[in-house]
Ligand binder design. Sequence first.
Ligand code: ADE
Length: 250
Amino acid sequence: MRIDILTLFPEMFEGVLGSSILGKAKEKGIVDFHVTNFREFSESKHGTVDDTPYGGGGGMVLKPEPLFRAVEAVTAEVKPRVILMCPQGKPHSQKLAEELAREEHLVFVCGHYEGYDERIRQYLVTDEISIGDYVLTGGELAAMVVIDSVVRLQPGALGNESSAVEDSFTTGLLEHPHYTRPAEFRGWKVPDILLSGHHANIVRWRLKESLRRTKERRPDLLAAMEMTEEMQKLLRELEQEEKNSGLSKE
Ligand code: ADE
């Protein structure tokens, strides 16, 4: 997979793309990152990339020429997905990360100004993505979030292949709690069942705790899921436990 990033602040990406899973994915040849300062594609000798808005008003607007030329310079025969990072975009999700992970070439456009000339949105980009309902100073941090979520899904990027499959959101449920040694820490014990060595019981416990966590924290996810019979049974157990604890509090 090839990932191009068009930004006025290329130095922001150095640490993130060079470290941890992303750095290793690059070393292993799983992904190729190209960070380009699109100021290089400005048509003016001063490297101007923005201008005042037609119709007046405050703020600056990113001009179309530098971004069109920068995207054209990184486009090969097959047209890439060109992704504009902005708060008005489609909300990012695990599902969208999975979809983007199947592409061969992604181009991320990161702006730092009030706005983009509308022709960039209409005729250059194929996708607009937001990472949440808040405003960042620019698209760079948002692009890093999306890139991280996409690269870790590439085969071989994570050391342990099963870790992407069992992730929160991939299964539709939040992950169950995890424990490691010591079995008792400051008087807080690891649940007995995890020390029992009884595999089937442990699998059942994990599913039940995933359901508990999702029910408590993200009931919207649970409502959208198809439930197996076992899940329905475990949910009934959880409801019964809730009722019992309500009774014991009264
Ligand atoms: N640029 C500024 N805020 C953003 C957000 N929430 N998501 C994506 N890009 C952005």
